[in-house]
Design a binder for this molecule. Structure first.
Ligand SMILES: [Zn+2]
Length: 139
């Protein structure tokens, strides 16, 4: 069975994450906005790259984990939609579905301190920084 996303290669887990030309373009865009430039396109290396990043409550760590969870979920969803011929999305469309999903999760976070990293993340991910009178903020 050929890959339902690019229709040119054999369908496999390794191909899906991220040897497939379609998904490679998606992962490339997500890596940029999640500051995952140092993470590879090879599934085993992606996993070890994410695992080796220390999980913390820092904003970029949260974003990276949210992006990783969302990309795995939505790639499988896209693949399955195409297999049963429900629908298909272009890379840009799938990117924005993932982006909006992560963005909504970020808008639900309670951030105590506005650091330069938080400001940069708010700018890239387009979520508001609502400062309270004490200087802490809720988003
Ligand atoms: Zn493919």
């Amino acid at each position: 069975m050929s890959c339902p996303l690019c229709n040119s290669c054999k369908d496999s887990h390794t191909h899906l994450f991220f040897a497939c030309a379609y998904l490679r373009r998606l992962w490339e865009r997500l890596k940029e906005v999640a500051k995952l430039d140092d993470v590879s396109y090879v599934w085993g290396e992606v996993i070890s790259g994410i695992v080796n990043k220390s999980a913390s409550n820092r904003i970029w760590s949260i974003i990276q984990r949210l992006v990783f969870g969302a990309v795995v979920y939505f790639i499988w969803q896209e693949r399955n939609f195409r297999v049963v011929q429900l629908s298909s999305r272009v890379v840009k469309g799938l990117f924005y579905v993932i982006f909006d999903t992560v963005r909504l999760r970020l808008m639900g976070l309670k951030i105590i301190k506005v650091s330069p990293n938080v400001r940069e993340a708010a700018l890239i991910w387009n979520f508001p920084l609502n400062l309270s009178s004490e200087g802490s903020k809720l988003i």
